[in-house]
Design a protein around this ligand. Structure first.
Ligand SMILES: C[S@@+](CC[C@H](N)C(=O)[O-])C[C@H]1O[C@@H](n2cnc3c(N)ncnc32)[C@H](O)[C@@H]1O
Length: 295
């Protein structure tokens, strides 16, 4: 924003319109929404409150705070969620920091798919969330199934600190236990009714093609060896030995990974592999079941 523009008297609506145009010019994907979230944060109000305050002038101190956020968003391409420290996921507001992946709407496809598999809402399920990050999936599932108990793991201790804070924030800390460690190692010898994971699944070879925002997210949350399939393959090969008979597995993946992963799950001992799609019709999750015990 130029000095002359900064001196002007600005209303909420004028600031939003100006910032939307600026963000669009800079190639930001959701310019109006980002402008709204950042302005609401700078003003310390709910985003929807802006709509009632369109004609209100914005004080100089708040404009300065907003200008700093706008600059960091546009020039450094820092994701909005890191700038405001939170992100909505499922029905939960989750704290986020650059130690965790920003939870994505794509991952709600996996949450919905798992819930549709569980049946009885009062079931005393035992679950395992591998690579929990902010705790998004474990906390969403625990919030929907009041008797579920979930072990949520991550290789990153820093991520687990964020996840523990989110469990406390939503009163779920007594049912979601966070443990550090690699893949299945923290749950050696245990059996679960379900296992769920949104593992890193991007190929390092694709790094240059990614949106600049992703450079701010933890590398270990995004990239996996073997063209992005390394942890998916481990999950397909090992999950069956950590599930009860009739137990469910659910994984998020890239649409083009659905074919190989369906085969890997067949080989891993699963039956009835099903694909779950986003609103655009792209496969974003697979669920699979272990055969129930014979009567
Ligand atoms: C794609 S992020 C998913 C985070 C969160 N579950 C979500 O959906 O928003 C993957 C997470 O897995 C963790 N991770 C990567 N490799 C792992 C491994 N081998 N064992 C355990 N966690 C791992 C990363 O640190 C990261 O937090």
């Amino acid at each position: 924003m130029s000095e002359a523009a900064a001196e002007k008297r600005w209303t909420v609506l004028e600031l939003l319109n100006w910032t939307k145009g600026y963000f669009a010019e800079k190639g930001i994907e959701s310019p109006r929404l980002d402008a709204e979230v950042l302005l609401a944060h700078a003003l310390g109000i709910e985003r929807l409150r802006l709509y009632l305050d369109f004609e209100k002038p914005v004080a100089a101190a708040e404009r300065t705070a907003f200008r700093e956020l706008v600059k960091r968003r546009a020039e450094e391409r820092i994701p909005v969620a890191y700038l405001v420290g939170e992100k909505e996921f499922w029905s939960l507001t989750l704290s986020v920091s650059p130690d965790v992946l920003v939870p994505r709407p794509d991952t709600e496809v996996l949450v919905e798919a798992m819930l549709s598999r569980f049946g009885d809402i009062e079931a005393e399920l035992r679950g395992f969330d591998l690579g929990t990050g902010s705790g998004a999936i474990a906390l969403a599932l625990a919030s929907e199934r009041p008797k579920a108990r979930i072990v949520a793991t991550d290789r990153s201790e820093a991520a687990l600190e964020v996840a523990r804070g989110n469990a406390d924030r939503h009163g779920l800390a007594d049912r979601v236990r966070f443990v550090a460690g690699d893949a299945f190692e923290p749950v050696a010898g245990e059996r679960f009714d379900f296992i769920v994971s949104n593992p890193p699944y991007v190929s390092p070879a694709d790094e240059a093609k990614l949106a600049p925002e992703l450079a701010h997210e933890p590398r270990a949350a995004l990239f996996a060896d073997a063209d992005g399939t390394a942890l998916l393959r481990t999950i397909a090969a090992e999950a069956a030995s950590f599930l009860e008979p009739g137990g469910w597995l659910g994984v998020e993946l890239a649409p083009e990974q659905a074919g190989f992963m369906t085969d890997a799950l067949d080989e891993g001992g699963f039956e009835s592999v099903e694909a779950h799609r986003d609103l655009g019709g792209r496969v974003r999750a697979l669920t699979a079941r272990l055969a129930p015990e014979e009567e």
